[in-house]
Design a protein around this ligand. Structure first.
Ligand code: SF4
Length: 252
Protein backbone atom coordinates (compact mmCIF):
# COMPACT_ATOMS: atom_id res chain seq x y z
CA UNK A 1 0.00 0.00 0.00
CA UNK A 2 2.84 2.40 0.92
CA UNK A 3 4.66 1.40 -2.28
CA UNK A 4 1.58 2.24 -4.30
CA UNK A 5 1.32 5.60 -2.56
CA UNK A 6 4.99 6.31 -3.32
CA UNK A 7 4.52 5.41 -7.00
CA UNK A 8 1.43 7.63 -7.17
CA UNK A 9 3.18 10.59 -5.60
CA UNK A 10 6.01 10.23 -8.12
CA UNK A 11 3.99 9.66 -11.26
CA UNK A 12 0.56 11.31 -10.83
CA UNK A 13 1.64 14.73 -12.07
CA UNK A 14 3.77 13.61 -15.06
CA UNK A 15 1.01 11.18 -16.11
CA UNK A 16 -1.69 13.85 -15.90
CA UNK A 17 0.33 16.35 -17.97
CA UNK A 18 1.27 13.69 -20.52
CA UNK A 19 -2.42 12.75 -20.88
CA UNK A 20 -3.38 16.33 -21.73
CA UNK A 21 -0.59 16.58 -24.29
CA UNK A 22 -1.58 13.25 -25.89
CA UNK A 23 -5.15 14.54 -26.27
CA UNK A 24 -3.86 17.82 -27.76
CA UNK A 25 -1.67 15.90 -30.19
CA UNK A 26 -4.64 13.68 -31.08
CA UNK A 27 -6.73 16.75 -31.92
CA UNK A 28 -3.83 18.09 -33.97
CA UNK A 29 -3.57 14.80 -35.90
CA UNK A 30 -7.33 14.89 -36.56
CA UNK A 31 -7.01 18.42 -37.95
CA UNK A 32 -4.12 17.40 -40.21
CA UNK A 33 -5.95 14.30 -41.51
CA UNK A 34 -9.08 16.29 -42.25
CA UNK A 35 -7.39 19.29 -43.79
CA UNK A 36 -7.93 17.88 -47.24
CA UNK A 37 -11.58 17.07 -46.70
CA UNK A 38 -12.56 20.35 -45.02
CA UNK A 39 -12.13 23.72 -46.58
CA UNK A 40 -10.02 26.09 -44.49
CA UNK A 41 -10.68 29.25 -46.38
CA UNK A 42 -10.72 32.23 -44.06
CA UNK A 43 -7.58 33.87 -42.70
CA UNK A 44 -8.94 33.44 -39.16
CA UNK A 45 -9.24 29.65 -39.60
CA UNK A 46 -5.73 29.43 -41.02
CA UNK A 47 -4.23 31.44 -38.14
CA UNK A 48 -6.15 29.40 -35.55
CA UNK A 49 -4.99 26.11 -37.09
CA UNK A 50 -1.40 27.35 -37.24
CA UNK A 51 -1.40 28.59 -33.61
CA UNK A 52 -2.94 25.38 -32.33
CA UNK A 53 -0.43 23.25 -34.23
CA UNK A 54 2.49 25.35 -33.03
CA UNK A 55 1.31 25.30 -29.38
CA UNK A 56 0.72 21.53 -29.36
CA UNK A 57 4.11 20.75 -30.91
CA UNK A 58 6.00 23.25 -28.74
CA UNK A 59 4.38 22.16 -25.46
CA UNK A 60 4.86 18.46 -26.22
CA UNK A 61 8.49 18.97 -27.20
CA UNK A 62 9.29 21.07 -24.12
CA UNK A 63 7.54 18.56 -21.83
CA UNK A 64 9.50 15.64 -23.31
CA UNK A 65 12.70 17.60 -22.80
CA UNK A 66 11.77 18.32 -19.17
CA UNK A 67 10.92 14.66 -18.50
CA UNK A 68 14.26 13.57 -19.95
CA UNK A 69 16.29 16.13 -18.02
CA UNK A 70 14.37 15.46 -14.81
CA UNK A 71 14.76 11.67 -15.15
CA UNK A 72 18.52 11.95 -15.55
CA UNK A 73 18.96 14.74 -12.96
CA UNK A 74 20.40 17.03 -15.61
CA UNK A 75 20.36 20.81 -15.13
CA UNK A 76 18.23 22.76 -17.63
CA UNK A 77 20.94 25.39 -18.14
CA UNK A 78 19.63 28.46 -19.96
CA UNK A 79 16.22 26.83 -20.30
CA UNK A 80 15.78 26.74 -16.51
CA UNK A 81 13.64 29.87 -16.00
CA UNK A 82 11.52 29.21 -19.09
CA UNK A 83 11.01 25.57 -18.14
CA UNK A 84 9.99 26.57 -14.61
CA UNK A 85 7.49 29.13 -15.90
CA UNK A 86 5.86 26.57 -18.19
CA UNK A 87 5.92 23.96 -15.42
CA UNK A 88 4.13 26.24 -12.92
CA UNK A 89 1.77 28.15 -15.18
CA UNK A 90 0.98 25.77 -18.04
CA UNK A 91 1.67 22.15 -17.10
CA UNK A 92 0.42 22.41 -13.52
CA UNK A 93 -2.99 23.83 -14.62
CA UNK A 94 -3.14 21.04 -17.27
CA UNK A 95 -2.71 18.45 -14.50
CA UNK A 96 -5.40 20.10 -12.37
CA UNK A 97 -7.83 19.99 -15.32
CA UNK A 98 -7.29 16.21 -15.45
CA UNK A 99 -7.78 15.99 -11.66
CA UNK A 100 -11.09 17.87 -11.98
CA UNK A 101 -12.36 15.96 -15.04
CA UNK A 102 -11.58 12.51 -13.63
CA UNK A 103 -12.23 13.38 -9.98
CA UNK A 104 -8.68 12.48 -8.97
CA UNK A 105 -7.30 13.56 -5.63
CA UNK A 106 -5.96 17.11 -5.96
CA UNK A 107 -3.60 16.39 -3.07
CA UNK A 108 -2.06 13.42 -4.93
CA UNK A 109 -1.43 15.60 -7.98
CA UNK A 110 -0.03 18.40 -5.79
CA UNK A 111 2.25 15.99 -3.89
CA UNK A 112 3.56 14.65 -7.18
CA UNK A 113 3.97 18.16 -8.63
CA UNK A 114 5.94 19.27 -5.57
CA UNK A 115 8.20 16.21 -5.76
CA UNK A 116 8.76 16.86 -9.46
CA UNK A 117 9.71 20.49 -8.87
CA UNK A 118 11.96 19.45 -5.93
CA UNK A 119 13.94 17.17 -8.23
CA UNK A 120 14.32 20.07 -10.65
CA UNK A 121 15.47 22.26 -7.72
CA UNK A 122 18.16 19.73 -6.77
CA UNK A 123 19.43 19.34 -10.33
CA UNK A 124 19.56 23.06 -11.07
CA UNK A 125 20.74 24.80 -7.92
CA UNK A 126 24.26 24.63 -6.64
CA UNK A 127 24.50 26.35 -3.26
CA UNK A 128 27.27 26.76 -0.73
CA UNK A 129 27.77 27.86 2.86
CA UNK A 130 27.76 31.53 1.72
CA UNK A 131 24.31 31.18 0.13
CA UNK A 132 21.47 33.09 1.77
CA UNK A 133 18.98 30.42 2.81
CA UNK A 134 15.49 31.00 4.10
CA UNK A 135 13.48 28.41 5.99
CA UNK A 136 9.85 29.45 5.62
CA UNK A 137 7.50 27.86 8.14
CA UNK A 138 3.75 27.99 8.74
CA UNK A 139 2.53 29.41 12.04
CA UNK A 140 0.43 26.28 12.69
CA UNK A 141 3.62 24.39 13.63
CA UNK A 142 3.54 26.23 16.96
CA UNK A 143 1.80 24.41 19.81
CA UNK A 144 -1.75 25.83 20.04
CA UNK A 145 -1.45 26.82 23.70
CA UNK A 146 2.00 28.39 23.52
CA UNK A 147 1.95 31.99 24.71
CA UNK A 148 5.29 32.97 23.18
CA UNK A 149 5.16 35.21 20.11
CA UNK A 150 7.42 33.63 17.50
CA UNK A 151 6.21 35.24 14.26
CA UNK A 152 8.58 38.20 14.75
CA UNK A 153 11.54 36.19 16.01
CA UNK A 154 11.81 32.42 16.35
CA UNK A 155 14.46 32.95 19.06
CA UNK A 156 11.63 33.89 21.42
CA UNK A 157 10.84 30.13 21.61
CA UNK A 158 11.55 28.91 25.13
CA UNK A 159 12.51 25.36 24.12
CA UNK A 160 9.79 23.58 26.06
CA UNK A 161 9.68 20.81 23.42
CA UNK A 162 5.89 20.81 22.94
CA UNK A 163 6.29 21.46 19.20
CA UNK A 164 8.96 21.29 16.47
CA UNK A 165 9.75 25.02 16.64
CA UNK A 166 12.61 24.54 19.14
CA UNK A 167 14.35 21.96 16.88
CA UNK A 168 13.88 24.20 13.86
CA UNK A 169 15.34 27.13 15.77
CA UNK A 170 18.46 25.04 16.48
CA UNK A 171 18.64 23.97 12.84
CA UNK A 172 18.55 27.62 11.77
CA UNK A 173 21.50 28.40 14.05
CA UNK A 174 23.54 25.40 12.93
CA UNK A 175 23.11 26.19 9.23
CA UNK A 176 23.25 29.97 9.68
CA UNK A 177 19.89 30.26 8.00
CA UNK A 178 17.14 32.85 8.26
CA UNK A 179 13.81 31.52 9.51
CA UNK A 180 10.51 33.15 8.65
CA UNK A 181 7.21 32.15 10.24
CA UNK A 182 4.15 33.18 8.31
CA UNK A 183 0.48 32.95 9.18
CA UNK A 184 -0.62 33.54 5.60
CA UNK A 185 0.43 34.15 2.03
CA UNK A 186 0.79 37.93 2.42
CA UNK A 187 3.30 37.66 5.26
CA UNK A 188 5.15 34.83 3.47
CA UNK A 189 5.50 37.03 0.36
CA UNK A 190 6.76 39.94 2.50
CA UNK A 191 9.38 37.74 4.21
CA UNK A 192 10.64 36.45 0.86
CA UNK A 193 10.76 39.93 -0.67
CA UNK A 194 12.55 41.42 2.35
CA UNK A 195 15.20 38.69 2.57
CA UNK A 196 15.67 38.02 -1.18
CA UNK A 197 17.15 34.57 -0.45
CA UNK A 198 19.29 32.51 -2.79
CA UNK A 199 17.05 29.54 -1.98
CA UNK A 200 14.00 28.79 0.14
CA UNK A 201 13.12 25.64 2.06
CA UNK A 202 9.36 25.99 2.45
CA UNK A 203 7.14 23.96 4.77
CA UNK A 204 3.33 24.05 4.48
CA UNK A 205 0.25 22.04 3.54
CA UNK A 206 -0.52 20.96 -0.05
CA UNK A 207 -2.49 24.02 -1.09
CA UNK A 208 -0.32 26.70 0.57
CA UNK A 209 2.87 25.06 -0.59
CA UNK A 210 1.73 24.72 -4.19
CA UNK A 211 0.44 28.31 -4.28
CA UNK A 212 3.61 29.58 -2.58
CA UNK A 213 6.00 27.72 -4.88
CA UNK A 214 4.16 29.08 -7.92
CA UNK A 215 3.98 32.64 -6.60
CA UNK A 216 7.71 32.63 -5.77
CA UNK A 217 8.62 30.93 -9.03
CA UNK A 218 11.61 33.23 -9.57
CA UNK A 219 13.22 31.87 -6.39
CA UNK A 220 14.53 28.32 -6.06
CA UNK A 221 12.18 26.63 -3.57
CA UNK A 222 12.47 23.17 -2.04
CA UNK A 223 9.00 22.18 -0.81
CA UNK A 224 8.35 20.02 2.26
CA UNK A 225 4.83 19.03 3.26
CA UNK A 226 3.93 19.32 6.91
CA UNK A 227 2.16 16.56 8.83
CA UNK A 228 -1.34 17.20 10.12
CA UNK A 229 -2.07 14.62 12.86
CA UNK A 230 -4.88 16.82 14.30
CA UNK A 231 -6.25 18.08 10.99
CA UNK A 232 -5.41 21.22 9.03
CA UNK A 233 -3.83 24.31 10.61
CA UNK A 234 -3.66 22.88 14.13
CA UNK A 235 -0.54 21.65 15.94
CA UNK A 236 1.04 20.52 12.68
CA UNK A 237 4.42 18.80 12.63
CA UNK A 238 7.41 18.58 10.32
CA UNK A 239 10.19 16.07 10.01
CA UNK A 240 13.20 18.12 11.19
CA UNK A 241 15.65 15.36 10.26
CA UNK A 242 14.33 15.46 6.70
CA UNK A 243 14.97 19.22 6.53
CA UNK A 244 18.47 18.68 7.90
CA UNK A 245 19.30 16.00 5.31
CA UNK A 246 17.99 18.26 2.50
CA UNK A 247 20.19 21.09 3.78
CA UNK A 248 23.22 18.79 3.84
CA UNK A 249 22.40 17.65 0.31
CA UNK A 250 21.99 21.11 -1.23
CA UNK A 251 25.04 22.52 0.54
CA UNK A 252 27.33 19.56 -0.29
S1 SF4 B 1 8.79 24.63 21.65
FE1 SF4 B 1 8.81 26.88 21.65
S2 SF4 B 1 7.18 27.47 20.26
FE2 SF4 B 1 6.83 25.32 20.76
S3 SF4 B 1 5.41 25.38 22.48
FE3 SF4 B 1 7.48 25.34 23.35
S4 SF4 B 1 8.04 27.49 23.64
FE4 SF4 B 1 6.26 27.44 22.29
Amino acid sequence: MNNWKAIRSTSAFPLAVSSVLIVLTGILAAIVFHTESIQITSMFERITAFLFTFAAIFLSFLWLLMLLYESFDRPFGKLHKTAKWFLFFVYYPFAMVIATLFRLSREDIQTSFLEFQNRIFLANNKLNSQSRLLLLLPHCLQFHDCKVRITRDINSCEDCGECDICNLKDLGKRFDMKIGIANGGTLARKIVNDIQPDAIIAVACHRDLTDGVRESWKFPVYAILNERPFGPCYDTRVDTEKIESILQLILS
